[in-house]
Design a protein around this ligand. Structure first.
Ligand code: FRU
Length: 528
């Protein structure tokens, strides 16, 4: 494996000067060389974002400006395992097709560039740009590995860099760090956002197993406001990569603040996961509606996700992307040349469910532009199945498609039902629902390669109360499966590494099963 990595890196360096093309705003764009050399590997996602080569973890600094969605990410270009962190960079005009740009931020004498966020300083309160040409300010954690090894507690400080060319090039702020460590290990991942009510910029920071909120009038000097989380949510690990935003409650005039906080370890399925809180925020203190745990995604592979800033009011969506892996095994998944990809970009919304608020995630609507062809395997408006039925899939590639299925539970005698994807080697995933247990589950215990970690194989399950109908919408992409239940009221994101792609699709049930609809959609590659 190592030999391949070195060979490909060598080839990359040979090709870049010849093939890299230049655009006015983005010198050094390196797309053609990337897709010629990469994106054909086994397990390489075809319609998800992944870096051409090397290592990637958390999404960082996402902002929208003048028609472009910017995505930065934790990046180590020199290896396929985690190392000195940079910010990699890519842009998109539709959240689906991505253009790689040169790395935006490199480690320096203050440390590695850990996770963070970016905002557009439209009113020029920082004085670093102008109102005509606003600066983009990126906030990140400087992680000093030397200080860390020395036993010091103050090795993580918040730094800032700014761009006056819409994110193409960055200048590190001369007075870094902008927020000094007060003596706490695990003091990182600043997410900055504007709070209209108090007229202040707010920074939320992960601090051990809670968050701290700071405020600023000018994005340069920061004042501590409050702490949240000691008595709320999950505490099985350290809190990381927080985010906060206000969402309108669907079908009402009310709104609620949502706080996302990733935690590692301590997720519901083990290892890394992202919890959320709903509540009120006055610019000073966050008051949660609940102390119990709520999870953004009940699968094992959606971590450190945050939202885009500066989305125009005319769009109004809350747009999210997560890192599709888990620290339990991220450094060991069996990919060559690159490690990790992002989840599908998702739109987040808030629903009132009884006395509680439910965070709903759906793939962004732009994704439908990739659907090349659809195929409905079931004839007639309602089909019925007993035990297990193999479903014809036409010429569909089962590992690069959307599979949507609606079960009519009111006409179904079965307790346990679902779908199974399998290959000729007996490897499979099972995704099902138990009416009696009121649970959705995703079983990858026999999904294929799993020896790289004893924490990989297993079953993700989540309590879920389905109504008369139950919709599964599964997106597969080489090595990823994203399950959206009933329009994203429950989500499970899980990686799989079958020794050969799954090629057969089955419906299973322990008694008579009624299915209203089943549609398969081929999704085209964004890299070819
Ligand atoms: C989350 C995380 C962050 C940190 C970054 C380092 O996955 O641990 O807390 O900033 O990764 O790469």
């Amino acid at each position: 494996m190592r030999k391949n990595i070195h060979l490909d890196f060598f080839l990359l360096f040979l090709f870049i000067p010849v093939l890299s093309c230049k655009t006015d705003r983005h010198p050094g764009k390196a797309d053609e060389s990337d897709s010629a050399l990469f994106y054909r590997e086994e397990y390489r996602p075809q319609y998800h974002f992944s870096q051409a080569s090397g290592w990637m973890n958390d999404p960082n600094g996402m902002f929208y400006l003048d028609g472009e969605y910017n995505l930065f990410y934790q990046y180590y270009p020199d290896s396929t395992v985690w190392g000195p962190m940079h910010w990699g960079h890519a842009i998109s005009t539709d959240l689906v097709h991505w253009t790689h740009l040169p790395a935006a931020l490199y480690p320096d004498s203050l440390g590695y560039i850990f996770s963070g966020s970016a905002v557009v300083d439209t009113r020029n309160v920082s004085g670093l740009g102008s109102e005509a040409n606003p600066a983009v300010l990126a906030f990140f954690t400087y992680h000093d590995p030397v200080l860390e090894k020395s036993g010091s507690n103050v090795f993580q400080n918040q730094g800032m860099a700014f761009s006056t060319d819409k994110g193409s090039t960055w200048i590190k702020y001369k007075a870094n760090p902008v927020l000094k460590n007060p003596g706490i290990r695990d003091f990182r991942d600043p997410k900055v956002f504007w709070h209209e009510g108090s007229g202040k910029w707010i920074m939320i920071l992960a601090v051990q197993d809670r968050v701290h909120l700071y405020s600023s009038p000018n994005l340069l000097s920061w004042t501590f406001e409050s702490e949240f989380g000691k008595e709320a949510g999950a505490h099985g690990g350290v809190w990381e990569c927080p985010d906060m935003f206000e969402l309108k409650v669907q079908n009402s005039d009310a709104s609620r603040w949502v706080m996302l906080v990733s935690i590692n370890p301590g997720g519901p399925g083990g290892g890394s996961a992202t919890q959320y809180f709903t509540g009120r925020f006055d610019g000073h203190r966050f008051i949660s509606d609940h102390t119990g745990e709520k999870w953004l995604d009940m699968g094992r592979d959606n971590y450190a996700g945050v939202t885009w800033s500066n989305i125009p009011r005319s769009d109004g969506r809350c747009l999210f992307i997560g890192w599709m892996s888990n620290w339990d095994y991220a450094n060991r998944v069996p990919t060559v040349n690159w490690r990790s990809s992002m989840t599908l970009p998702r739109e987040l919304s808030l629903e009132k469910a009884g006395a509680e608020y439910l965070l709903v995630s759906k793939p962004v609507k732009e994704l439908s532009s990739l659907a090349e062809e659809t195929f409905s395997p079931l004839m007639g408006p309602t089909a019925s199945v007993e035990r297990e039925a193999r479903i014809g899939t036409g010429s569909m590639n089962l590992m690069q498609c959307g599979i949507k299925i609606i079960f009519v539970l009111s006409d179904t005698a079965a307790d346990s039902l679902g779908i199974r994807l399998a290959n000729g080697l007996g490897e499979q995933i099972k995704i099902g629902y138990s009416k009696v247990l009121r649970k959705v589950y995703f079983d990858r215990s026999k999904s294929g390669m799993k020896d790289f970690s004893d924490k990989f194989a297993g079953v993700s399950s989540a309590s879920y109360d389905a109504g008369d109908k139950l919709e599964f919408h599964l997106y597969t992409d080489a090595s990823s499966c994203e399950l959206f239940v009933d329009g994203g009221r429950l989500v499970m994101t899980n990686l799989v590494f079958p020794s050969e792609p799954y090629s057969e699709l089955f419906l299973f049930a322990d008694d008579f099963l009624a299915v209203e609809d089943m549609v398969l959609s081929r999704l085209s590659s964004i890299w070819r």
